[in-house]
Write a protein that binds this ligand. Structure first.
Ligand code: HEM
Length: 237
């Protein structure tokens, strides 16, 4: 166990596994956030009933209450080990290098800028948590009020999360921040996804090209999905 935490390959393994776990979270997060679009498309933008029901489900489900601290731990592990590995690599090879991936002259831009992209995503995330999470969890006051929405065949009451998100996306600078954050996320994932599988050991000649394709698809779905939601909320809803 101590080897896992201290050896360079153990640390890369932890970074890769925590990264893949975070990607899984992002897919669930994107599915929930896509209800913001469905509410608009199906004419529920006054009540935001689909998104509010989804948020209510996530907020009241006991499993999610366990997953939430695990998610926080995943972020911490991923960030700490990416910093440790990057600085070890700088010390060993000078500041031109980065801990993940073999460097060749033709290596793509994203792989050389993983730390910068990670820092941009972290900055975005800090604002994002202040925008939504801190308000929904009652750390920052907001004027959303409660609404009723259909929930598994009955009516439930909960916070008007739709109004919070919709109101937040009325600001152009905020929308630009979300677009920049999502694009940085897309580039980070375009390299990070296949690189994580390579670290785990899934790096044979057949699967590496396939994983690189899948990485691009994951990056486009997640980065593009969050971008479209933020822009659609600003422009149409
Ligand atoms: C259109 C874009 C996005 C929207 C509308 C959105 C919406 C939200 C909302 C409403 C919450 C609070 C949920 C609650 O407390 O019940 C939340 C939390 C969170 N979001 Fe986002 N999000 C977006 C993009 C992102 C991106 C790109 C990331 C990661 C890079 C991210 C990571 C998180 C995290 C870590 C939390 C806290 C954990 C949680 O509450 O599930 N979000 N988001």
């Amino acid at each position: 166990m101590s080897n896992l935490l201290t050896s360079s390959i153990g640390q890369k393994l932890l970074m890769s596994i925590s990264g893949l776990f975070l990607i899984l979270f992002l897919f669930v997060h994107l599915i929930l956030n896509s209800f913001l679009l469905l509410d608009g498309v199906f004419g529920f933008k006054e009540t935001g009933q689909m998104f509010n029901a989804g948020v209510h489900f996530m907020g009241t489900n006991p499993l999610i209450k366990v997953i939430e601290p695990t998610l926080a731990l995943g972020f911490i592990v991923h960030i700490i080990y990416s910093l440790i590995l990057t600085f070890q690599n700088w010390k060993a090879r000078g500041p031109q290098s980065y801990a993940s991936g073999n460097k060749t002259s033709g290596v793509e831009w994203a792989s050389e800028n993983m730390l910068v992209l990670g820092i941009a995503i972290f900055a975005f995330l800090a604002v994002h948590i202040l925008n939504f999470y801190m308000k929904m969890k009652g750390f920052i006051a907001w004027e959303g009020g409660e609404v009723e929405f259909p929930f598994f065949g009955t009516m439930a009451k909960g916070e008007n999360a739709y109004a919070l998100v919709n109101g937040t996306f009325k600001s152009l600078p905020i929308v630009i921040l979300y677009v920049v954050g999502s694009v940085a996320l897309a580039f980070h994932l375009a390299h990070g996804f296949w690189s994580a599988f390579q670290t785990i050991g899934w790096n044979n000649v057949i699967w590496m090209p396939r994983l690189k394709w899948i990485s691009n698809i994951v990056a486009i779905i997640l980065g593009g999905g969050f971008t479209v939601i933020a822009l659609a909320q600003y422009l149409f809803f």
